[in-house]
Design a protein. Structure first.
Length: 162
């Protein structure tokens, strides 16, 4: 069973360790403990810990909660064991929270263009590719491109949710 819960400051070491391991693989960006702690204290962001079978298995970061445009960014989703459906289920729960509880109009994200697994998952869950931000991130000694994707509230509502 996979569930998400609001993260606590005591979850920060887990978040940092997991984030760094995937940043080292070039799959996500990495930020300092200070940036995460500041964001955790902000009303504009929410962190969730993904739990699978009672154990911490990932985290999700949402930003833009204070947006007058009701546009929320899925800033980061990282799971410790990709390919097992944990991230997909966590993302379904995040989508439901974003559109049902936070009354967002739009949920958006950007993903590295070469992160094929993530892009495939996002598409399968109903996200639409909007375009590419070409070579906009300097990481690992090279410029990398991001694909911008989003889902609108009416698209979420039209989907068949269990």
């Amino acid at each position: 069973m996979t569930a998400i819960r609001l993260a606590q400051p005591s979850d920060l070491p887990f978040i940092l360790t997991l984030e760094r391991s995937f940043a080292d693989l070039g799959l996500v960006s990495s930020e300092s403990a200070e940036v995460h702690a500041s964001r955790m204290a902000s009303t504009d962001a929410s962190y969730f810990v993904v739990e699978h079978e009672g154990q911490a298995a990932g985290y999700v970061l949402l930003c833009g909660l204070d947006s007058n445009n009701r546009s929320i960014e899925l800033k980061r989703i990282v799971v410790s064991t990709p390919g097992e459906g944990i991230g997909r289920e966590a993302l379904r729960q995040v989508m439901a929270r974003v559109f049902n509880r936070l009354t967002a109009h739009r949920l958006w994200l950007d993903v590295f263009d070469d992160n094929v697994r993530a892009r495939k998952t996002y598409k399968a869950l109903g996200f639409v590719e909007e375009g590419t931000l070409r070579e906009c991130v300097w990481q690992g000694g090279r410029f990398r491109s991001l694909v911008l994707m989003s889902m609108l509230e009416q698209e979420f509502r039209a989907m068949d949710h269990p």
